[in-house]
Design a binder for this molecule. Structure first.
Ligand code: ADP
Ligand code: NA
Length: 296
């Protein structure tokens, strides 16, 4: 079982030839509301990839809250740990240009009210094989969650996606088993532009690291000396919005099933490649049978 302690946002997505510049108004081609947020995305990706998943987080008491809960529940995610707090849900205002580039404004809303897990939420984490964390909740809450497994000698491994990129406090890093930044986040965290150098620097901070390289694949390193490179599956990408979240969710599933690093990288790359061929975030995440078919 996997616990995800993280954000749920409603993605308000406008598809347009070119994003407007300041003072400019442009006419878009299409608009969609799609449940998202890095936490909810990783939870849905992991559930579709075949794991039992519990989501811990918060939505507002506005019109978006029920839709966010329903999206998680439809994917089979346990939402008993999803609170409803007064005020707006988190939203992400996303502009997707025809070329596939996107720009995003996240307004945290209810995510900003989440505090460190206690009571039943802490018990859920303790029972898990993996805990997935991202940085769209208050840092104090993320740090507290990261320390839950060790505090109760749980076997749960702590997997951190350090996004959006932010300085990582030592109290967080000391509790992380595996960090999974994209190459931009890895560069921001380490000050090393070459992802191979960034990977080595990350291994000075945590025992294992994966640096994702978009269409160029991913790098893996471990303090035991293992270094791997996984090429991306060659596909025509139409929307890379949640590639990293799909990758992280699927990677956690493979690891909790006992896969070694090479097999886990292949599984995550296949899931992410499937997701970039379809529009949207949660809407684009593949089911287990699709991942298995691609890997045959
Ligand atoms: P993020 O979405 O966090 O920016 P990346 O862009 O690095 O993360 O993508 C994460 C993973 O998704 C990559 O390591 C790769 O496996 C897969 N991926 C991303 N873009 C493509 C693409 N154009 N074609 C195939 N796979 C892709
Ligand atoms: Na997608």
């Amino acid at each position: 079982m996997i616990s995800v302690f993280g954000s749920a946002n409603m993605d308000l997505v406008a598809y347009v030839a070119q994003a407007p510049r300041p003072g400019e108004t442009v006419t878009g081609r299409e608009f969609r509301t799609v449940p998202g947020g890095k936490g909810a995305n990783q939870a849905i990706a992991a559930a579709r990839a075949g794991a039992g998943v519990a989501f811990l987080g918060a939505v507002g008491d506005d019109a978006f809250g029920p839709g966010l809960r329903a999206a998680l529940a439809e994917a089979g995610v346990d939402t008993a740990g999803l609170r409803v707090v007064p005020g707006p849900s988190g939203v992400a205002h996303i502009v997707v240009e025809d070329g596939g580039d996107n720009s995003i404004i996240v307004v945290p809303g209810a995510n900003g009210a989440v505090t460190g897990p206690a009571g039943r939420d802490a018990e859920t984490i303790a029972r898990s094989d993996a805990l997935l964390l991202q940085l769209e909740l208050p840092m104090d809450a993320v740090v507290a969650a990261a320390h839950v497994p060790r505090g109760v000698s749980s076997r749960a491994e702590v997997i951190l996606t350090p996004a959006p990129a932010a300085p990582l406090p030592a109290e967080l890093l000391e509790a992380v088993d595996l960090i999974v930044p994209n190459e931009h986040e890895a560069a921001a965290l380490t000050g090393r532009d070459d992802p191979r150098d960034a990977l080595e620097a990350l291994l000075g901070l945590v025992p294992e690291a994966v640096v994702t390289l978009g269409a160029r694949g991913a790098l893996y390193g471990s303090r035991d000396g293992t270094r791997l490179r996984e090429a991306a599956v060659p596909v025509r990408a139409v929307d890379t919005t949640a590639a990293g979240d799909t990758f992280a969710g699927a990677l956690a599933v493979a690891r909790t099933e006992g896969a070694g690093p090479a097999r886990a990288l292949r599984f995550a790359s296949a899931a992410a490649a499937l997701s970039v061929q379809r529009e949207g975030a949660s809407t684009s995440m593949p089911h287990r049978h699709e991942i298995d078919r691609l890997l045959e």
